[in-house]
Design a binder for this molecule. Sequence first.
Ligand SMILES: O=P(O)(O)OC[C@@H](O)[C@@H](O)c1c[nH]c2ccccc12
Length: 253
Amino acid sequence: MAIEFKKKPGIVAYLTVGDPDLATTKDIALAAIDNGADVIELGVPFSDPLADGPVIQRASERAVARGVRLTDVLELAKQLRAARPTAGLVLFSYLNPVVRMGMKTFCARAAEAGADGVLLTDMIVEEAGEYLEGMKANRLAPIFLAAPTSPDARLKAIAGVSQGFVYAISRVGITGTQQKVAGDASELVSRLRQFTKLPIAVGFGISNAEHVRAVGEFADAAIVGSALVALIEKTPPPEASTVIGQFIAGLRA
Ligand SMILES: O=P(O)(O)OC[C@@H](O)[C@@H](O)c1c[nH]c2ccccc12
């Protein structure tokens, strides 16, 4: 188990866990892995997903309404790890559910579930002391978000504590699809490059093969979230894993 991008560009697939239900998320994640996703971001549903656009907000609301919680996400990670020993698995959450569980407990349970890394959207480097200790003690990769508005000093700090990959946000704003890959993205990636040898993955607004190809010209991996979540929303659950598998396979075609 490791975060590794074997083909260029790598593909990171974000899923809101428990939408439409836990069993379907599991099937979708397996299909995504089997069709070329290098890393799965297992999104913990949260009631106030401030950084998310309408698509992921709705998915989160549905999953929260079903009662899906952080412990369910950990359980799903464990099942995926058992089924796919080498897939990259990242737990993706807002801070609140993690703080409620307790940072130490969360880090230990994330490792026990077989996760490779963790991304806490609203965790900032300046306040990451206990988190980074927990990650280190449990050999987990902490992944941080870098934005086009981050000054160089901040990018350096982010690059200094990140492992696995650095997440470069292609544009300021919330998650959701757009027509074109934002022009800011390549500039951010070259600014980050000064500070790290880690792979750099670009996310926000990546929704088709053309976008993935464009990202591949300047970064190591493309992160796709809302496009998958929207497809899941409109597909009957029994067909969702097939549909997502085909979609992922098409992203690098
Ligand atoms: O949905 P998009 O635009 O494809 O962006 C990726 C994204 O979904 C995923 O990484 C993500 C989901 N929620 C977030 C909140 C903050 C940062 C990133 C995310």
